[in-house]
Design a protein around this ligand. Structure first.
Ligand code: CP
Length: 301
């Protein structure tokens, strides 16, 4: 079976195939085509989500799938049932694919080795992996620049807690982009710096072809890191003044959700050089491609 646990596990050829299929699905627009009519997708979100959850749901419906929503609070997980047994149950019911978002610890890779008939798609796990976000970011960059090779992509902000940075790092490097990292000293991720250098903020802003701002994941910080949103914005945010120092051709990206006025100035979110809403739109065809790839990776036993 094809499972999508992280971009690290995908070859260049597999990513090329997924992006080509995403282009196909985007080009189809709303045209009627339901290759997986009667097949079942269950969306298990143990952490909050708006973009990922609904874009998977739109993608599943556009592929003709039956969409099963899972509510943690009313499921048997509250009675102690493990995720493995939850997935085994879905397998027994004939569900084809499980889309899963969850916090730490990372277990999806291990679960993928222990299940037989249901495909797993990671919709964001802990601080380590968010592969469909990285694929849609890559797709957005390819759409805008044509060629990703040689681009400098700056990822700025809460590096320590960002699964988006980790998954993006692997796919961007696979495509020959130069990745640079920046943000507050207290939010650095030293283990990533052997793959992507940490540079001062003003340097990152100046060098980048794409500036990817990251949300401060307050829910994952134990201590208060800044006295105010304004203080963070002044010190590490993409302010209007910093935006003016970006290359004239450079674009703004952000995986969302956005904290306006914190990591990015309110008026830059809808700026003509902002790709933020385009990234979200790209999420649907990219997730259609991922689901299709997962579904085609072998028949149910
Ligand atoms: N980018 C992203 O994962 O957003 P959600 O948390 O809203 O799904």
């Amino acid at each position: 079976l094809h499972h999508l646990i992280d971009t690290k596990d995908l070859s260049r050829e597999e990513i090329d195939h997924l992006l080509e299929r995403a282009r196909y699905w985007e080009g189809k627009g709303e045209a009627e085509e339901s290759p997986f009519r009667g097949r079942f997708a269950a969306n298990l979100f143990f952490e909050p989500s708006t973009r990922t959850r609904f874009s998977f749901e739109v993608a599943e419906r556009r592929l003709g799938m039956e969409v099963l929503r899972f509510e943690e609070g009313t499921s048997s997980t509250v009675k102690g049932e493990s995720l493995l047994d939850t997935l085994r149950t879905l397998e027994a019911l004939g569900v084809d694919v499980a889309v899963i978002r969850r916090g730490a610890p990372d277990i999806l890779g291990e679960l993928a080795r222990r299940i037989r008939d249901i495909r797993l798609v990671n919709a964001g796990e802990g601080c380590t992996a968010h592969p469909t976000q990285a694929l849609l970011d890559l797709y957005t960059l390819q759409k805008h620049f044509g060629e990703v090779k040689g681009l400098t992509v700056a990822m700025i902000g809460d590096l320590r807690h960002s699964r988006v940075v980790r998954s993006n790092l692997w796919s961007l490097k696979t495509f020959g982009a130069r990745v640079i990292l920046s943000g507050p000293e207290s939010m650095r991720a030293p283990e990533l710096e052997e793959y992507a250098p940490y540079v001062p903020l003003e340097e990152a802003i100046r060098q980048a072809d794409a500036v990817m701002m990251l949300r401060v994941q307050l829910e994952r910080h134990r201590e208060a890191l800044f006295s105010s949103a304004e203080e963070y914005h002044r010190a590490y945010g993409l302010t209007v003044e910093r935006f003016a120092r970006m290359s004239p051709h450079a674009v703004i990206m952000h995986p969302g959700p956005v904290n306006r006025g914190v990591e990015i100035a309110d008026e830059l979110v809808e700026h003509p050089r902002s790709k933020i809403f385009e990234q979200m739109a790209c999420g649907v065809p990219v997730r259609m491609a991922v689901l299709e790839w997962a579904m085609e990776g072998g028949e149910r036993g």
